[in-house]
Design a protein around this ligand. Sequence first.
Ligand SMILES: C[S@@+](CC[C@H](N)C(=O)[O-])C[C@H]1O[C@@H](n2cnc3c(N)ncnc32)[C@H](O)[C@@H]1O
Length: 299
Amino acid sequence: MSDSASISPTGHYTGLVWVRHGLSHPALATTTGHLLFWGFKPVVLAAQWAGVPAIDSFLLTRHRLIDLRLDEAIRSGRVGQVIEIASGLSARGWRFNQRYGEALSYIEADLPGMAQRKREALARMGGPQPGHRVVDIDALADGGPQSLDAVAASLDRDRGLALITEGLVNYFSEADVRSMWQRFSSLMRQFPEACYWSDIALSDDMGGRVAPFVSVLSAFVRGRVHLHFRAPTDAEAALRECGFGSARAIDPGEFAGALGDIPGGVSRRIRVIEATTAPVPVASASTTTGGESDVHNSN
Ligand SMILES: C[S@@+](CC[C@H](N)C(=O)[O-])C[C@H]1O[C@@H](n2cnc3c(N)ncnc32)[C@H](O)[C@@H]1O
């Protein structure tokens, strides 16, 4: 198994957060998730006091913004199939399958242990339903049965594709992230339209709190947390170097009016990458939501 398996406990933690905030199904909450959530509560509160971003606001902002952008792309017909890599215990695949049924092909992919947990949870929820499946993947694999290319082999080359990673890139080294992004862009070029969404934490957005942020998260995953890029333009340039034609690191404040009520307010400490292989600029908030920017606060 990949060395990155030490990241998996965070998937139990976020899985419980999605349940607690009504974005998931109770079957996706695990005992490990409860133990981590309550065990780390004092650390999370102390870290918040020390200036680390409020965790729920941070997580909900990234989750809802990816939902929003993906939903808009499906509705406009640009996306008909999704591979969510490192989906963990997130309910996005289940929710989008409930919303679009077989009209959308949704593949969730994770390391084998986590993927098996997801399959068991979905079975308890009466699924998976047609159009939805869970497969094993190693996002770091360059070839073989657990590689992205193997997972994508069965996809329809005439329909638009979305790739998603959430809660993954900041746990990988910059070299691993760049290799993964190169694999993504070369796969995406095989489709008429394709878009990649991912959250990313940037050091300039941490407002001078980089060290406490990195040390709290590193303790949690028993490994290193990487803030590879300082500014959004640095992340965007890296994406273009990895083969994307157009890339933005979206400030969630741009979509604040469309993200709904987030306890603690929309977080400005996290961004969502939106990158396509087409050499055209991706849509901005002003063309899709009315461009509200009434951010409640800056967690
Ligand atoms: C922070 S969790 C995020 C889970 C989910 N995306 C969410 O936001 O709730 C990180 C996930 O990455 C998965 N993961 C870690 N290394 C991976 C790899 N090499 N390939 C695929 N998934 C990986 C873990 O198993 C875990 O489910």
